[in-house]
Design a protein around this ligand. Structure first.
Ligand code: MG
Length: 395
């Protein structure tokens, strides 16, 4: 990579990960270049980013929103591309080296799929791509010679720690979880958590969906499933530990009891940069650990009784098939319903469990069948929310 520029396409460039990626590209300098940027609805911001980074392509994935914008506002060298077909066309271009899959939610899977199909290096931030379609995406990557590198901080840590030993000597991996803002609340207090409280996250600065997921621990559940597919592990080889400081980003335990961890202050720009420049490393704009001041790191076991989301994650990692898609879609809809005031915070996870337990399991679905399962799960959450009384589990 040192000799030539790595051309990067960022799918979801206006979101939190997308903006951090542009920050990294700016910092690393001419070795990295943003050649394609995509946004769904934040098109004014996309135009702004285009003027700063001068990409070859600006992709608008929501064609209706694209119709409302004056595309003459873009720099002259930037070409407008529309929809999922546009994404597929751009990521397959011979000049593209890395595709950052940073779109939010299950809609992001189409972009990941196109990049994997084109045999690219994929810096994967969209966890739904593996949570929903891991059993299809991983074999496709092997077939097409695509490399999937994790951007999720926990999976990046595991990926880095795995380099310390042989794959067959790995006993298990342990994902760290901050525990979310409500780790200390009583179950009664959890009943009354408001949208504003749920959106205030202590360590990471993230988008609303992932912040709520972090508070319910559903984010960790999705990461368990993601790790199961990405690293080809069994559910029994994956564990979770609470680590409120978010400095140790996860660890790998080897057969002999050695535990190898990756540490750094919580800053997504580090795992993003590593996925872009791997196997090389460059100076980073991310904050560094300061060993000149005293600090403590705490770990405590995860409480699976309190956070049923973790159990759901383990169950989905074990059963595979349609379960990951149903859980992920149900959660996305439940979080949206919570943000709209249609579900209580404490009803998000039980609603997801109910939908998962009522779904018709298919052990080897096609991509279309996964999307159908996804739609079905959202409808079920819609019915629960629309009743106005949620699950009827209020005390
Ligand atoms: Mg994470």
């Amino acid at each position: 990579m040192s000799d030539r520029t790595t051309n990067v396409v960022i799918l979801g460039s206006t979101g939190s990960i997308g903006r951090s990626t542009l920050d990294v590209i700016e910092h690393v300098g001419p070795r990295l270049r943003a050649v394609g940027l995509s946004a769904h609805r934040s098109l004014a911001r996309l135009v702004e980013q285009a003027w700063k980074h001068r990409p070859r392509w600006a992709i608008a994935t929501d064609e209706a929103a694209a119709g409302d914008l004056d595309w003459g506002l873009l720099p002259p060298e930037t070409q407008v591309v529309l929809g999922d077909e546009g994404v597929a066309e751009v990521v397959a271009d011979a000049d593209v080296d890395v595709v950052v899959a940073a779109m939010v939610g299950s809609a992001g899977i189409r972009g990941t799929w196109a990049a994997v199909e084109a045999g690219k290096r994929v810096a994967l931030a969209n966890k739904e791509s593996l949570v929903m379609a891991g059993p299809l995406v991983m074999p496709l990557a092997r077939d097409r010679g695509a490399t999937i590198l994790p951007v999720d901080s926990e999976h990046s840590a595991v990926f880095q720690a795995l380099a310390a030993g042989r794959r067959e000597d790995v006993k298990r991996i342990v994902l760290t979880a901050s525990g979310g803002p409500f780790r200390q609340l009583s179950l009664d207090e959890l009943e009354h958590v408001t949208v504003e409280q749920a959106l205030a996250h202590p360590t990471w600065d993230m988008g609303p969906k992932i912040t709520i997921d972090s508070a319910t621990m559903m984010n960790k559940a999705l990461e368990i499933i993601e790790a199961r597919w990405l690293f080809d592990l069994t559910a029994e080889q994956i564990d979770v530990v609470i680590h409120p400081q978010s400095v140790v980003h996860s660890f790998v335990e080897f057969r002999d009891g050695s535990v190898v961890a990756q540490m750094s202050p919580p800053d997504m720009r580090l795992p993003i940069q590593f996925a872009l420049t791997w196997p090389e490393r460059y100076d980073s704009p991310a904050e560094r650990l300061d060993w000149s001041a005293a600090f403590s790191l705490e770990f405590e076991p995860a409480d699976y009784d309190r956070f049923d989301a973790l159990r759901l994650g383990m169950e989905a990692a074990r059963s595979g098939g349609t379960t990951g898609a149903v859980l992920s879609a149900a959660n996305e809809a439940a979080v949206a319903a919570f943000l709209l005031g249609e579900l209580r915070f404490s009803e998000i996870v039980p609603s997801c469990r109910r939908v998962v337990e009522h779904h018709t399991f298919d052990a080897s679905p096609t991509l279309d069948e996964l999307f159908a399962a996804d739609c079905w799960a959202r409808e079920q959450i819609g019915k629960i929310g629309a009743r106005g009384s949620g699950l009827g589990i209020r005390g």
